[in-house]
Design a binder for this molecule. Sequence first.
Ligand code: NAD
Ligand code: TYD
Length: 356
Amino acid sequence: MTILVTGGAGFIGSNFVLDWVEQVGEPVVNLDALTYAGNRANLAALAGDARHTFVHGDICDRALVDRLLAEHRPRAIVHFAAESHVDRSISGPAEFMRTNVTGTFTLLEGARAHWGGLQGAEREAFRFHHVSTDEVYGSLAPDAPAFTEDHPYEPNSPYSASKAASDHLVRAWHHTYGLPVVTTNCSNNYGPFHFPEKLIPLMIVNALAGKPLPIYGDGQNVRDWLYVRDHCSGIRAVLAGGRLGETYNIGGWNEKTNLEIVHTVCDLLDELKPDAAGSYRRLITYVKDRPGHDRRYAIDARKVERELGWRPAETFDTGIRKTVRWYLDHTDWVQQVQSGAYRDWVSQQYGAERRA
Ligand code: NAD
Ligand code: TYD
């Protein structure tokens, strides 16, 4: 029994691979192109572990996908690989279309050919699990009910549009070809190995470096935050028991404004690593808003609880404390990811022209 994971050197994928080996113990083949967001150091704990096979390659490479499926005969594909950062999708959408749309299409075609050749129990058991986002549903008014699985798709950014397209492809491959798929749409994750271009890790690493904490617009945009290992357990639950062709929303029941998040990070750092210059809140800086910035996301995760008994294990208090501690304990990891490419992105994104 083996599974094929795509994008398993990224933030959520690497947490998933580590969690899978710990909790399930089955071998994992991990296909990742190692873009700026992929990092083999995330998987250092599995060095020398025969249950983890890393393959450096692109999900758009059909011949490679076919070869891996034929060689390893995985019982499932868990598809994380994507371009995932909204701001990058605004400044350069092409790569999002290639990986998120064409890459998902390529995997689906590889999976369809492979599954078509399976028989009996192996064919019955096969699953294609597509990992997606709540951003496909668009933006909620302040008092609107949280997104259910029936909410219309209204993606607003190039990132969310590319993920919405991939969700539609997965749906169609089930409807037309009978491919055994499940899709999960999850809210914002946070936790270890989160690349410091995203809100929470960026605030932690900037604060520790005494740099400004850039808040877009008025800081009142709302996200529903989920600790990454809870997302991993949600994926395991849906992979094991989700109904074929269904989508399941996964979320943390934890809506916070960006300003609340940044205040919490500053307060934890004030407690765990006080700075002689005063509270880290002094570094908060309002900058120009993201174009098309979605105001609010919130997930109604009752379906996955009702059908599969999944709920998050962490509260925001426990999860964010673990996360801040992890960054304090892994300054070597932070230094390693802050490569030249990362520095170029930060100066392009937060350069003088972006100050509010
Ligand atoms: P990430 O950007 O940290 O990691 C993406 C990984 O995919 C990297 O390791 C990268 O090298 C790899 N990759 C990119 N293009 C590839 C290609 N063409 N071929 C093979 N590998 C490629 O992303 P993440 O935050 O871990 O997100 C993983 C998945 O979860 C994505 O599909 C994303 O849409 C979804 N998601 C993320 C969040 C979140 O809060 N981060 C929330 C919900 C859903
Ligand atoms: P992000 O982590 O990029 O996730 P997403 O856009 O996928 O939700 O951003 C989370 C929120 O934080 C979003 O409302 C944008 C905001 N944000 C800032 O205010 N400043 C920043 O420097 C970043 C990266 C994000």
